[in-house]
Design a protein around this ligand. Structure first.
Ligand code: AMP
Length: 170
């Protein structure tokens, strides 16, 4: 269901599609993804900005996996204010670490993503804790943060997200 009728922008997907090309840039991007480290902030912001300026995003967009650092959040805020746009809401889906590892290992069997192996997952969780988790505070200060318990059933998670979206749309 596309509740909002706006495009879903996954920076992970965008970076994986860059990785698939055979260029110096793609090999550079691959070195980050395959190690479970974050791609450089300015590169990610440039890719997102390009999409946001396109016609498909005229009614808005849903970010998935972005921003992932305080610097990305600041770059995004700067870009949006230059464009006369604003972020409505930031959503944190909270899942226990053990459950998260199990879900990612299961996805490895289904999607075959090379970064869904145990060592890379551990690195990504470390990166999340040190670089991404501080964003909850950043968006809480802006009164934009919503937290949903991702340990519920998919239907319950969907309903909870819908309620958050309703509270923040106008
Ligand atoms: P994902 O599909 O969101 O799990 O992202 C897969 C990988 O792509 C991450 O482990 C990072 O290497 C890279 N990536 C995705 N989104 C970002 C982002 N916002 N900033 C930096 N690197 C990212």
């Amino acid at each position: 269901v596309n509740l909002l009728s706006i495009p879903h922008l996954s920076t992970g997907e965008m970076l994986r599609s860059v990785k698939k090309q055979d260029t110096a840039l793609s090999r550079w991007v691959a070195s980050y993804i395959d190690a479970g480290r974050l791609a450089p902030d300015h590169l990610v912001m440039r890719i997102v900005a390009q999409r946001l300026k396109s016609d498909e995003c005229r009614n808005g967009a849903l970010f998935d996996g972005f921003p992932r650092t305080i610097v990305q959040a600041q770059l995004l805020d700067d870009f949006l204010s230059e464009e006369g746009l604003k972020l409505d809401m930031a959503l944190e889906l909270r899942v226990d670490e053990e459950e998260l590892i199990q879900r990612l290992l299961k996805r490895a069997q289904i999607d075959g993503r090379v970064d869904d192996n145990y060592d890379t997952i551990r690195e990504r969780l470390h990166v999340f804790k040190t670089q991404t988790a501080p964003l909850t505070e950043y968006y809480a200060r802006q009164s934009k943060l919503e937290v949903v318990d991702g340990m519920q059933t998919p239907d319950q998670v969907f309903d909870a997200i819908k309620a958050c979206v309703d509270r923040h749309s106008h």
